[in-house]
Design a protein. Structure first.
Length: 114
């Protein structure tokens, strides 16, 4: 079965950086559009960034210029590099794989606080 396992979350000070990873298994990774979403306490899940099969990327306005999504098809892994983190980036971050249907990981907590 399809499994998406996120890692790399944690506590970071404002202005700091983190890199999230999502290791995928049970699917033909290179055939899937991959994305990151996040959900802050008391808020709906929101889209953060997408990377398509060919590597083109799109970002939510709130993270554009600070976050970078990338993928390594040889490692079946998608990454989210997060720089200049702000307290409002605090959320559980979820990995998503899409090809006709959605698959989700269990999420990894990112807390930005001094």
């Amino acid at each position: 079965q399809v499994q998406l396992v996120e890692s790399g979350g944690g506590l970071v000070q404002p202005g700091g950086s983190l890199r999230l990873s999502c290791a995928a298994s049970g699917l033909i990774f290179r055939a899937y559009t991959m994305a990151w979403y996040r959900q802050a306490p008391g808020k709906q899940r929101e889209w953060v960034a997408t990377i398509a099969l060919g590597g083109s990327t799109n970002y939510a306005g709130s993270v554009k210029g600070r976050f970078t999504i990338s993928r390594d098809n040889a490692k079946n892994t998608v990454y989210l590099r997060m720089n200049s983190l702000k307290p409002e980036d605090t959320a559980v971050y979820y990995c998503n794989a899409f090809k006709g249907q959605d698959y989700w990981g269990q999420g990894t907590q990112v807390t930005v606080s001094s």
